[in-house]
Write a protein of this length. Sequence first.
Length: 456
Amino acid sequence: MRLQQRFMLYTCLIVCISIFVGFICSNLIYNAFVKEQLNDRYLVIAEQLSKQIKEHEITLQASSDFLQTMSDLGYQIALVKEDREIRMFGEPFKTTQWNDQMYALFEGEKAYNGIKSFKNSYLIMSHFANDIQNTVGTKIEIEGEEWGLFLRPNNISLFTEFHLIIFGFIFAVFISSIIGILLMSRKVTQSLSELTSATQEMANHNFQYPLMINRKDEIGQLADSFRMMQQKLENTDQARKKFVNNVSHDFQSPLLNIRGYSELLDGELSSSEGKKYNHIIQTEAKRLSNLTKQLLILTSIDQGTYPTNKQLVRIDDQLHQVVHSMLWRIEEKGLEIKIDLQPVTVYADRTLLINVWENLIGNAIKYNKEYGEISIHCEENESEAVVKIRDTGIGIEKETLEKIFERFYRVDQARNKEGMGLGLSIVQEVLSYHDASIEVESNEEGTTFTTFFPKE
């Protein structure tokens, strides 16, 4: 789950918990304080109605008209005789079952406090129960007969225009808060996303990635620290590349001298053992010379100092040239090679591309099984040029595929092979230098490298 989604989830969860806690607290307050106050208030109104009817000694019909008028003002009223004869005014009660306290009103009790004692539910919603027990009452005498006058506010009257304004205000505040939280969380997560992108670019040795975060909070401090680290890592990387470049240059001259004198010495040696040792010297000097050349290519591309010479290059001709130069290695291993090369032209550096094909075809030979097969295919369409080099070798395990382009990385099964793990790094750097890309597929039946050159 993304950070913004989690942030919104937690916000909604907190809002729901807050609503639940607020509901519980409002119930506690209602039952502890408000319920009794409401009971006393409506009881006073019921007693005043009873007093008005008693003072004016009006008839039952006149009393009914008077109570009907009062019900129009927002009350539910019921006149009940002890024999359960009932007359209702306003909205009728849904439940008219009596309790002992209501009967007690005819046995000497002065008042019925039903709103305070009504316990159909502990929640505040019991206040809106349309039940005759959820009323206040008093005794009244009309035309010589005793009646019970029961009263409660009509539920509709409880929700006035002012309440609608309050509810609208609360709803607007809630929606505005959610929108505000969403925008703020998006702003925070956007900054974190930029930091994540910058971190990924640094992992790919792009130390000049611009981090566009200008804040004056903790995230801003983190961004400033990140930029400082980025600058230090860039300086360290530049120093490392410069060191490697200088060392590679310095190694070339003595290695050439060693190889030259070793070749001269080979003619002076007569013993087979001496020639054997001299051959080892030549092989290792050549190996070190190739390593320094590869390092020079990498550091030159990294530092942008490689002398570019881009021109139109026929890829199919280059592939034929590389295959021809490695033909003795192919025959030595008994490999079968299949070539399907259409004329393909790209705008590139000829020398760098030769390095790409030498590394890819060289690996296809080196890691292929004896009497295996190598397939080379190139073609172009309107948007790109495609080169595929497939072998039937030992394959590459899935978990190591993402690492094969790292510098000096070698898979375990290739430890006994020649090389320093720089070949595929050079391939990727050269292709990136030409805005090209490479994909690799591997299984037990072999490995396929596919390069894509966009048409300009």
